[in-house]
Design a protein around this ligand. Structure first.
Ligand SMILES: Nc1ncnc2c1ncn2[C@@H]1O[C@H](COP(=O)(O)OP(=O)(O)OP(=O)(O)O)[C@@H](O)[C@H]1O
Ligand SMILES: [Mg+2]
Length: 409
């Protein structure tokens, strides 16, 4: 069977600590993504969202991408790649340009964003994203779209996300070895937010928390824009490790026990219920109260949520997230996680599953697929922007292309 054209198909690759997820999605006119290919493979050689063994990671990527390509019956031309790790950092910056009473055009907007991002960044760091928050034109503040407005000067506030250049290079080395071209890198929680949030939540203020196996990644939106992002290097693997140690059972069994029987709130578990715990060294399996397992899990989830709460507090945005928290990532699937989070945060909490998808929805209707699906939504949003630029007057497009070549975008 010949491979189909991959013209309007976007590819996403989420190299997680636990699992690699590769997706292919066709951009539909109504803003939805038609999922046409899905590939997953257990991640080997990853730790806390970072690459530990280039060859093992490359092999895992290759397998997930091959599976996705067979599914989609097309070759991945280039992928949007998710990146995370404790080296990811953020900062809010602002810039100003004169507009001298003429109408603000696209070039003015580009220039003011350029001014805002022109802060010294250490050579060992790379800018991943410069996300506009709002503009002000003279005394008119909180302008979402200044296009066509008149004034003397314009200011822009932006949220910048940076990462360690070497850590980004390690991801690229793995994709190179797997012979996959990377279109762009996207911070994983930002990707997640593209697939699970509604516009209302962004406006009201919301925190997206992706709890995976190696890291907790979060972004906070307030008044429609991203204000804070962070990575906390604790997640599901620690919980599995605790279960393995405390119940003296191999890691694989601990993982299976966790996924099948664990609960984040011990009060939600029936005291009478018993489970079988396989032992190490050929010893016989033991019976144990399910409540005892929950007693091990609860403090870990408490720690996870308290670390997230500290991040939100330190960002100063705790009063500005009226829509509460949206949890994504595999560890969000733990029974009792939502109830426990609501208790700790005293805010509404929900599980985030990919929205605006069609096609192979059964495969992506899962919080652990939020990042991969978000990579496609992120790609779609960029495509929309390019198409808007293509409709702009020729001279303006020419100037932007010149700016791109100068490395300003
Ligand atoms: N039902 C469940 N209950 C609790 N935990 C679960 C459940 N299902 C999966 N997990 C956990 O979710 C984690 C995997 O989630 P996910 O696929 O989002 O992680 P990842 O993307 O590979 O890792 P990371 O984003 O941290 O690099 C594992 O730790 C797994 O044990
Ligand atoms: Mg992940």
């Amino acid at each position: 069977m010949s491979k189909v054209e991959s013209g309007n198909i976007i590819f996403g690759l989420d190299v997680g600590t636990h699992q690699i997820k590769a997706l292919a999605g066709e951009v539909l006119a109504d803003g939805f993504i038609n999922i046409v290919g899905v590939g997953t493979h257990p991640a080997k050689g990853m730790d806390k969202g970072g690459v530990n063994d280039l060859n093992l990671v490359a092999q895992s990527i290759q397998k997930a991408v091959n599976e996705m390509e067979v599914f989609a019956n097309c070759k991945a031309s280039s992928v949007n790649l998710a990146i995370t790790g404790r080296h990811v950092q953020c900062q809010n910056e602002s810039g100003m340009v004169p507009i001298n009473h003429h109408e603000v055009d696209q070039d003015d907007i580009d220039n003011v964003i350029h001014a805002a991002r022109s802060v010294p960044i250490p050579a060992e760091r790379r800018i991943l994203h410069v996300l506009p928050q709002e503009y002000s034109v003279d005394v008119q503040e909180r302008v979402k779209n200044p296009m066509g407005m008149s004034g003397v000067r314009m200011e822009a506030n932006v949220h910048m996300i940076t990462c360690a250049d070497d850590m980004a290079k390690n991801y690229i080395k793995c994709t190179d070895r797997a012979e996959i071209k990377v279109e762009q890198m996207v911070f994983s929680a930002l990707a997640s937010s593209y697939s699970v949030l509604t516009d209302d939540e962004r406006e009201l203020g919301v925190c997206v928390v992706d709890i995976g196996a190696g890291t907790i990644d979060l972004v906070i939106y307030a008044e429609g824009a991203i204000r804070h992002s962070a990575v906390i290097p604790v997640a599901g693997n620690q919980i599995t490790g605790d279960i393995a140690k405390i119940f003296r059972t191999p890691i694989n069994n601990a993982e299976a026990l966790k996924v099948k029987y664990a609960c984040a709130l011990k009060d939600m578990v029936n005291q009478e219920q018993t489970i079988q715990v396989p032992s190490v060294g050929g010893r016989e399996a033991r019976n144990m109260a399910r409540h005892t397992l929950a007693e091990v899990i609860e403090p870990r989830y408490q720690e996870i949520f308290e670390l997230v709460r500290d991040q939100i507090r330190s960002s100063g945005l705790d009063e500005q997230i009226a829509a509460g928290l949206v949890l994504t990532g595999g560890s969000a699937k733990m029974e009792g996680a939502v109830e426990f989070a609501e208790e700790i945060f005293q805010m509404p909490v929900r599980i985030g599953k990919p929205l605006q998808v069609k096609g192979l929805t059964d495969y992506v209707n899962d919080p652990s697929m939020a990042v991969a699906t978000g990579l496609l939504q992120y790609g779609r949003a960029e495509l929309d922007e390019t198409q808007t630029i293509q409709k702009m007057p020729e001279e303006s497009v020419f100037k932007r292309i010149k700016a791109w070549f100068k490395g300003e975008f």
